[in-house]
Design a protein around this ligand. Structure first.
Ligand SMILES: *Cc1c(COP(=O)(O)O)cnc(C)c1O
Length: 393
């Protein structure tokens, strides 16, 4: 079965655009125009120039000798941690700001939970001299002060969302409301492969540069484009979608997705959507999400802010549903151990999100000749406080 999006934005049973009528004009405009714009030669040239000169791509594919020795396989790390701003998120925000310019938009809005997507958005708005407003839950603003200050330093306006639980979903509601009120001049930058069609596929395409580069780099190093296994962590799923994209339809490549099990699958404090989630509608798409019996979204938990999301993007729900993806749930404590381990074995302090992908090595089977690529989605600088509180290193 071919993994691809259909014209209505579905991957199998998942996806689509379940939006209030007021948002139709915005979504219709994007749906009609996005492919034409991003496949245009001028766009492609600008996008790849910025990825090279501003983001620092291609990011290295690094053979991790000591990690390989320990786990008895040939392990490569795709170094998204070396991207400007410290993670893969900027690949998408660069793509979307160029798209917004082509659409003639003047203002950018975004929502952010932990602030990482807000920072990546504020960064590209500064780069392009565009007005930027980021909506963020009031509680999250308190918890993530350094990122709030980064956004301000970059020239963005950060607006607190004060309704509900004052976290990500409330910020998303606020951003949607603003978008409905300003459809003509405003582009809404979504930060993962979530939201109504065409966002999931559009974001995946911008992130697909990750697997495009892996193919070329692995060919140089191993004489073949396809590894045996690709591993990536999944919050909404954008870094994983990027790392899997050019391998979706290569059945010889195993696709392993690491979700956050938080304090444990049955603890009531986790974000392991494929284990605990059911079919529902979240942020405008039909997907798997964690919900109560009567359909209320459950507050997720993960020690890593980037994986602290109650759903997964529709493409991942589909990969899970048809058995193309192998999903593992990694607990907080195991991710922390893996983060410390990578720091000591390779001199690379990973983002705690990425440490979930490293720990997946302990939760899957493979052989000594297997070539494994782990997508190291981000660096650990932002997580130093969490490492210090954890204390065991
Ligand atoms: C935001 C983030 C993630 C999770 O987002 P995805 O869309 O699932 O990739 C993972 N790693 C890092 C470093 C992040 O900042």
């Amino acid at each position: 079965m071919k993994i691809e999006v259909d014209k209505n934005g579905f991957y199998g049973k998942f996806g689509g655009a379940y939006i209030p009528e007021m948002l139709y004009p915005n979504i219709e405009e994007l749906k009609e125009k996005y492919l034409g714009i991003i496949e245009d030669e001028d766009f492609k040239k600008k996008f790849s120039e910025l990825l090279r000169d501003y983001v620092g791509r291609p990011t290295p594919l690094y053979f991790a000798a000591r990690l390989s020795e320990k786990y008895k396989a040939k392990i490569y790390l795709k170094r998204e941690d070396l991207c400007h701003t410290g993670a893969h998120k900027v690949n998408n925000t660069i793509g979307q700001i160029l798209l917004a310019q082509k659409l003639g938009k003047k203002r950018i809005i975004a929502e952010t939970g932990a602030g990482q997507h807000g920072v990546a958005t504020a960064t590209v708005c500064a780069l392009m001299g565009m007005e930027c407003t980021v909506y963020m839950g009031e509680v999250d603003m308190e918890r993530q002060k350094p990122n709030v200050e980064r956004m301000k330093l970059l020239g963005a306006t950060v607006v607190p969302a004060t309704s509900g639980s004052k976290t990500l979903k409330d910020a998303t509601n606020e951003a949607m409301r603003q978008w409905i009120n300003n459809p003509v001049d405003t582009h809404y930058i979504i930060g993962s492969v979530v939201g109504p069609h065409p966002y999931p596929e559009m974001v995946a395409r911008f992130q697909s540069v990750i697997s495009e580069e892996i193919k070329i780099q692995l060919k140089e190093k191993e004489g073949r484009e396809n590894p045996d296994i690709v591993i990536a962590c999944v919050g909404g799923g954008s870094n994983a979608a990027g790392a899997f994209y050019h391998y979706y339809n290569s059945p010889d490549v195993r696709l392993v997705a690491a979700e956050a099990a938080g304090l444990g699958i049955s603890s009531g404090k986790s974000a392991a959507t494929t284990v605990l989630g059911k079919l529902g509608i979240l942020h405008g798409s039909r997907t798997l999400l964690m919900q109560t019996e009567d359909g209320q979204v459950v507050e997720p938990h993960s020690i890593s802010a980037g994986l602290d999301y109650p759903g997964i993007g529709p493409v991942h729900a589909h990969l899970f549903d048809v058995g193309r993806g192998e999903f593992v749930a990694v607990e907080d404590k195991d991710a922390m151990k893996a983060g410390v381990e990578l720091s000591k074995l390779e001199g690379i302090i990973p983002a705690i999100e990425s440490a979930h992908a490293i720990h997946a090595l302990n939760q899957i089977k493979y052989g000594p000749d297997d070539v494994i690529v782990i997508n190291l989605s981000g660096r650990g600088d932002k997580d130093l406080e969490t490492y210090i509180k954890w204390g065991e290193y």
